[in-house]
Design a protein around this ligand. Sequence first.
Ligand code: OMP
Length: 265
Amino acid sequence: MISFNEKIKRRSKEINSFLCVGIDISTDSLGSDNLENLISHSKKVVDATKDIALAYKPNFAFFEKWGSKGFEWLEEMMGYIGDGPITIADAKRGDIGNTAKQYAASIFGHFDFDSVTLNPYMGEDSIMPFLNNEEKGVFILCRTSNPSAKTFQSLNFHNEAKLYEQVAKWADSLNVNDNVGLVVGATAPEELIKVRRLAPSLPILIPGIGTQGGDLVSCIKEGNKSGIGILNISRDISFSRSHSANDIRQSAKMYVKKMNEALNV
Ligand code: OMP
């Protein structure tokens, strides 16, 4: 049995990639409100990137909004991605232990994701039900990429550290089964440096490159100073230029190349 964090490192080495492709297929981005068109576009993205994607991160919001048909689409998506790439359920869960157990059973059991994004606000008992199985992992929101991230995450914690720094230390202490990671937005490069120091071995999922304007070179270098840093790109790959399979592939390949050049691998 290999731990989730080890699994990420192995896949990254195997295909020489640090790219997570976000599956965020909206009617606005595609310019169509026909669900069949969205489903076929999501498959096009997977077909065009499967050999170079370390991971896929379907964001539940884009599926849930379609109700039961959206959940069927998500199930279909999981089958379509198959066994090679790491799957990250971007569901941002966080609830009391009894409820968290049901979320874990849904995401790891029913949908068979390898990992999930979690909100730390409710503390340890909201996270623990996701950590029992070392093969399944979590990415805990630490310093997010959005403009209002500082409202709570940068508050002083006991005058010693910011709240996001405390989250990083705390997540590190939960990593008993080698299956805990963090989320730090690419729009917060200075915070990323601090988080990498506080949690040297945890995988860091870094969204915010491309449409949100984060700097690829500094993030890939800092994220991979130790542990592993994975960069997520959603819209700038799935909706690159003409939205054709070729443009999607070219965009994904360009990102993989830039990351590897920055790391000299
Ligand atoms: P693009 O901006 O299109 O690349 O999408 C970014 C994806 O990452 C979306 O699915 C967001 O919900 C997600 N995300 C962030 O953008 N910022 C964060 O701080 C955290 C996440 C996330 O947890 O993945």
